[in-house]
Design a protein around this ligand. Structure first.
Ligand SMILES: Nc1ncnc2c1ncn2[C@@H]1O[C@H](COP(=O)(O)OP(=O)(O)O)[C@@H](O)[C@H]1O
Ligand SMILES: [Mg+2]
Length: 319
């Protein structure tokens, strides 16, 4: 039996003004002000969409993002209005800033790869000497990246963002401040659940010239988490951290000769591997919320989704 998953959607809503197929999400613009985002079950790594979708992944992403958007709305207003279906968020359409605000508290992933190559400068931040992989920084740092239209996001710096005139200095300072405050909140919530928020990225947009938090936040696609209870001892013994994130998918790809470079081929994914990814996402959901994931039904899923969106849009219209 092949696994059921939502790889993509193709709806045509009333007043639909645009359709954007992201790597993971299908984004429908409705009128000028609204966005319907379907978190599909696609999975991406090294900026490539993998050939198979992961059952229940979209639902986990959507739920975790929704939870954290609600728990951070006192720090910065965000785009979310409602979640009419486990795979869907409806919210305000904003003018997205072409910058990803990455915040890191540990020397992991890309930061570690840069450090290992001998560099001690990351996006304008000087990194201390003598660090090992997954060591904690003295304090969280912002390592912004340009959001590329196609392909890889590139590291950038505070100064470069200003030079390019993407935002004013006052606004950029505000965005740095908000990013660090969000990271602080995410760290606290993760800690209550026995998790460490290792790093994450935020996206912001403007609506009526005001800063809004957009996109997903603190999800396993946009963040890394370690288990807190084993962190110190693993670190002392120079062992890899127990992670709740996509990192194991990246590792599997690298072991099979793929890291997103030209000419490389994405290895075939077995049912077993796909299932193991679903289980990781489920584990993260449970760790994050303390609740077991209610696996949604995939029967007539397109119709289920379409109907709940139509209903929700009608309701928003009447408000
Ligand atoms: N409220 C919003 N307003 C405008 N754009 C948004 C909003 N929320 C998310 N987006 C954009 O929608 C897209 C989400 O789809 P995703 O699968 O992450 O695509 P991508 O491949 O571009 O990262 C992203 O490009 C993100 O910047
Ligand atoms: Mg994205």
């Amino acid at each position: 039996m092949s696994l059921q998953a939502l790889s993509s959607t193709q709806f045509q809503f009333e007043n639909q003004t645009q359709f954007y197929k992201g790597k993971v999400r299908d984004v429908y613009s409705i009128g000028q002000d609204l966005l319907v985002m379907v978190a599909c079950d696609r999975i991406s790594a090294f900026d490539h969409v993998l050939p198979r979708a992961i059952p229940h992944k979209g639902q986990v992403l959507n739920a975790v993002a929704g939870l954290f958007l609600d728990k951070t709305s006192d720090i910065v207003p965000n785009w979310k209005i409602s979640m009419p279906d486990p795979h869907v968020t409806i919210g305000y359409r904003c003018e997205a800033l072409p910058i990803e605000f990455v915040v890191r508290n540990y020397l992991t992933g890309h930061a570690w790869r840069v450090y290992k190559s001998g560099l001690r400068m990351l996006c304008g931040n000087t990194l201390p000497e003598g660090m090992k992989e997954n060591d904690k920084f003295p304090e969280p740092i912002v390592t912004p990246a340009t959001k590329a239209q196609e392909g890889h996001d590139e590291d950038t710096t505070y100064d470069e963002i200003l030079q390019k005139g993407i935002v004013t200095k006052a606004r950029l300072d505000e965005l740095y401040r908000i990013s660090l405050a969000l990271f602080q909140r995410g760290t606290e919530i993760a800690a209550e659940k026995g998790l460490i928020l290792v790093d994450t990225k935020y996206e912001f947009g403007l609506r009526n010239d005001e800063i809004m938090l957009i996109d997903e936040i603190h999800t396993p696609d946009s963040s890394r988490f370690f288990y807190a209870d084993t962190y110190e001892s693993l670190q002392r013994n120079g062992q890899p951290q127990r992670q709740l994130s996509k990192e194991f998918v990246r590792e599997w790809l690298m072991e099979n000769g793929f890291q997103g470079r030209e000419g490389e081929v994405i290895p075939a994914m077995t049912d077993e591997f796909v299932n193991s990814i679903t289980e990781r996402y489920e584990e993260l959901y449970q760790a994050m919320t303390g609740l077991p994931l209610e696996r949604r039904s995939y029967e007539n899923i397109e119709t289920q989704i379409e109907q709940s969106i139509i209903q929700a849009l009608k309701q928003i219209d009447h408000e």
